[in-house]
Each structure stands twice: as structure tokens, then as C-alpha cells.
Design a protein around this ligand. Structure first.
Ligand code: COA
Length: 256
């Protein structure tokens, strides 16, 4: 932690900043390992994590210098590291917001897709340009992009390597909102702040239920939701939330 990924805490919100701007925050092994440490630390110490990049990129993908050195075995190990890191982010017990400040290409786009909420600066650009290197996305691009933007648009992006602007990303559902460049972090902190006010238990369980939705048949998903829903009635926070509403006051959640 430290050199390639900066981690700061503001209140109960963590901010991870990819900090290798001279290489457009290309995700080399060192960066991935540092990011893994940061997300694990964030899970223990904050209630929401915001991930952003320094300079003109969010992350311009895997480090192509490293890619060139790989044989199939090393490539498999590396993609495992990337995929596991992104799955860890997806399954983190706290919500993760991607504040996409610039290029989110290849692994950078996959990193953004691993986050729960994606907002982007008007300067952001997205794409899966691996095909230009005669490879394909290796950390979720071919699997997660179709789930977010539909198979047709995912095929177009992965097969052409086209880079799209923030407006297009918004139109196809890859991001949730475009923000003025200078206001990007302010907006990310505002969204994070809304989540911090909620019961951390309910937030954690809601994320779990939502994550399960795409991997389960609907009937099974509905049963899973029902069991998580009823579980929350054991929490003090749920009673507090309901009481506070009826007593017309702000709830005080304790996370139990
Ligand atoms: N891996 C390693 N280095 C990278 C990189 C990557 N994915 N992306 C950018 N860099 C490096 C460049 O080599 C350059 O280094 P240098 O100054 O030592 O020559 C530096 O970052 C700045 O990039 P540059 O290409 O000069 O910036 P640009 O503004 O002209 O172009 C991009 C920006 C994003 C269009 C271009 O850098 C690019 O296409 N990057 C690769 C994207 C990609 O294919 N990602 C998927 C990898 S699987």
C-alpha cells in the first residue's frame, strides 16, 4: 500500500487513488497487489470506498510491458490475480464507488465494472481495446460487459476495441451519471455520504442480495432475498429505523 495506490480516509469514507499517472495508472502487478491491500483495509476501517485515478486516467488497463513478458502459464496466474481482485471488490462487504476521472480502458474498465456504483467525469473514456493487441479482456470484460450493457453493445466494444466517451457510456448503461470534471469527487463523496447514513447491516445485506441476482434463476433469487429480508428483522437497526420514522426523527443506527 502506498506507492501506486494512495489510501485516505475522510470520516467513514475511504478514497483509493491509483497513483501512477505517468503510465496512465496502468495496472501492473504491484498496483494490483497494493489495491488488494487497500480494499481489504477499507473493508475493516470505512463504510464506503471510492476508487479514482490521478492524472488523466482512471486506469489505462493492464501494463502492456508486463503482458509482453508472459507465457500462457504466467498469463493465467496474472489474470487470476486480476479476476480475484475484481471479485473481491465486487463482494466487499461495503459499497464501492468508481469515480472515473479519465481513461478507463481494458482492466481499467473492468475495475470500474467491479464497483457497485459508477460515476464519471465528462472527460472519461471507456473501452476494451485488448483486441488491438491480439488478445481479449481477461478480468471480466467479456462476461460483465454484456450483463451491464447488453450482448450486442458488448460485442461491438470488445470486437472493435472502440473507445467511447462518457455520453455514450451513460447511454448504454455502463455508468450511472456524468459529472463536471472538477465536481467528480464532490459528487462521489455526496453519494458515499448518503450510504454512510444508512444502517451498515442493511447496506451489506442489500449488496449481497443484489450481487446474487444475476447468478441465480429468479425463483431461487426471490427465495434468497426473502431469507435475507427476514434476517434483518433480527437487527436493532431495523427496529430503530421503523421507530424513528414513526416518531418523526432521524434514526441512529448502530450496525447491529
Ligand atoms: N500499459 C503500459 N503503459 C501504458 C499503458 C498500458 N496499458 N497505457 C499507457 N501507457 C504509458 C505509455 O506507454 C506512455 O508511456 P511513456 O511516456 O513512457 O511512453 C504513457 O503511459 C502515456 O501514454 P500515451 O500513450 O503517451 O498517452 P496518450 O494520451 O497519447 O494516449 C491512450 C492515451 C490511453 C489512448 C493510450 O495510452 C493507450 O492506448 N493505452 C493503452 C490502452 C490499452 O490498450 N489498454 C488495454 C491493455 S490490455
Amino acid at each position: 500500500m502506498g506507492e501506486r495506490v494512495k489510501f485516505e480516509i475522510e470520516g467513514q469514507i475511504g478514497i483509493a487513488t491509483l497513483s501512477r499517472p505517468e503510465k496512465l495508472n496502468a495496472l501492473d502487478t504491484k498496483t494490483r497487489l497494493e489495491l488488494k491491500e487497500v480494499v481489504e483495509e477499507a473493508e475493516k476501517s470505512v463504510r464506503v470506498l471510492v476508487i479514482t485515478g490521478s492524472g488523466k486516467a482512471f486506469a489505462a488497463g493492464a501494463d502492456i510491458n508486463e503482458l509482453l513478458q508472459r507465457d500462457p502459464i504466467k498469463a493465467l496466474e496474472a489474470t487470476k490475480l486480476g479476476t480475484e481482485l475484481f471479485s473481491r471488490i465486487e463482494e466487499l462487504e461495503i459499497p464501492v464507488i468508481a469515480a472515473v476521472n479519465g481513461y478507463a480502458l481494458g482492466g481499467g474498465c473492468e475495475l470500474a465494472m467491479a464497483c457497485d456504483i459508477r460515476i464519471a467525469s465528462e472527460k472519461a473514456k471507456f473501452g476494451q481495446p485488448e483486441i488491438n493487441l491480439a488478445i481479449i479482456p481477461g478480468a471480466g470484460g467479456t462476461q460483465k460487459l454484456p450483463r451491464l450493457v447488453g450482448l450486442g453493445m458488448a460485442k461491438r466494444l470488445v470486437l472493435t476495441g472502440e473507445i467511447i466517451d462518457a455520453q455514450t457510456a451513460l447511454r448504454i448503461g455502463l455508468i450511472d451519471e456524468i459529472v463536471e470534471h472538477e465536481r467528480l469527487m464532490e459528487k462521489a463523496m455526496e453519494i458515499a455520504g448518503k450510504i454512510v447514513e444508512k444502517s451498515p447491516l442493511a447496506v451489506k445485506i442489500a449488496k449481497k442480495a443484489l450481487n446474487a441476482s444475476l447468478g441465480m434463476p429468479l425463483r431461487e433469487g426471490l427465495r434468497y432475498e426473502a431469507s435475507l429480508f427476514s434476517l434483518l428483522f433480527a437487527s436493532e437497526d431495523a427496529k430503530e429505523g421503523m421507530r424513528a420514522f414513526l416518531e418523526k426523527r432521524k434514526p441512529e443506527f448502530k450496525g447491529r
